[in-house]
Write a protein that binds this ligand. Sequence first.
Ligand code: PHE
Length: 420
Amino acid sequence: MARGRFNSKFAAVMAMAGSAVGLGNIWRFPYMVGEHGGAAFIIVYIACCLLVSLPIFFAESIIGKSTRTDTFGALETLAPKGRHVGYIAILASFIILSFYSVVGGWSFNYLIRSLGASFDGLGISEAKEVFASVGSSPVESVSCMLVFLGLTAMIVVAGVDKGIGRFSKISIPVLFVMVVIIAGVSLSLPGAEKGVEYLVRPDFGKLDGPAIAAALGQSFFSLSLGVGCILTYSSYMKEEDSVLQAGGWTALFDTLFAIIAGFAIMPAVFAAGIEPAAGPSLVFETLPVIFSRMGVVLPIIFFLAILIAALSSSISMLEVVVAWMVDRKGIARKYAVLIVFAAAAVLGGICATIPSVFGACDFISSNVLMMIGALGFALIVGWKMPREEVLSLVRSPFIYRLIRYVTPIMIIAIAVTNLL
Ligand code: PHE
């Protein structure tokens, strides 16, 4: 079966950045920064990215680019005994796709609501009721989840360059502009300084072990590592495009986006005199109320931004599974997309209606499966592949040593801390 390919470096980098920029940047990062010491946490986060997550990114990318096949096939080629790790990564991608689609569905639901100006004049307690009713209505949450999954499938079915590449090239720059606009409005509000202070005031006293583990875990999830997304996208890169540049740009873009999202969200939260929070309650209860006080347009921009951020991540998860079916099983792309869509709709439907299943899927994929995948990728590149081959792609003995020694130890450390 003919493989797809990104026709330009820009398309490949925007697709990888799209996978990386997602809900993790919007609903976890800003809160974590505030809770764990502001600028001090940002410094540690950047160090974790450079010393641990980026080398894992390079490892995944090297595997994809040198084997030019799907996640399972790549591991089978490089380390036949470790090939089952490929299945674990593909399974993780599928599980994340299923529960991520539920949240994507909520974003779609809220975009429609904001187009109808339905948050106008709402208080926080009423917003909480709206969110509870959206979450507890199976018809509403399942149908919105299906719309989101359907949009994801439509992009992926159009192909690597014409679907994923084209969507990312347009939507990621637009997404960036949208958060910058929201940050501009948010920073201009009276009382915004308190939010800025929350984000930047360095408090090195708060940098304890759990804060460092949190920074590592977040940089890991945020760069979409360990589930085959970066591997698969790298297998579609042009021969002359550099793994180092793709990784560097993606990490830079992902981190910048997370920091700007912090400035879009926290100043507005503090200006409204509300306690900061994280997760769904921040995005679906607090922010619609705050943003709708500034007119009808801001909530529309905000939910459109979340929808695009979620879609650009979900297409990368779907592509991991589709690539495996196309490359290994010889199934035509459109049928592969249809099969994965149907399977994810079933698991997503269960996640949308049973909160404990949603939580279990999130926990197992991010704390167990992702870690096994990342460890496998790092060990294969550090210990299985010929050193010269790795060096020909990363051109730095220092990065090679990071992949070989530092990343496996750090992955085990984060996994143990998260599971304790
Ligand atoms: N990086 C995405 C985010 O920050 C999540 C993600 C995880 C995407 C794994 C793809 C694979 O939300």
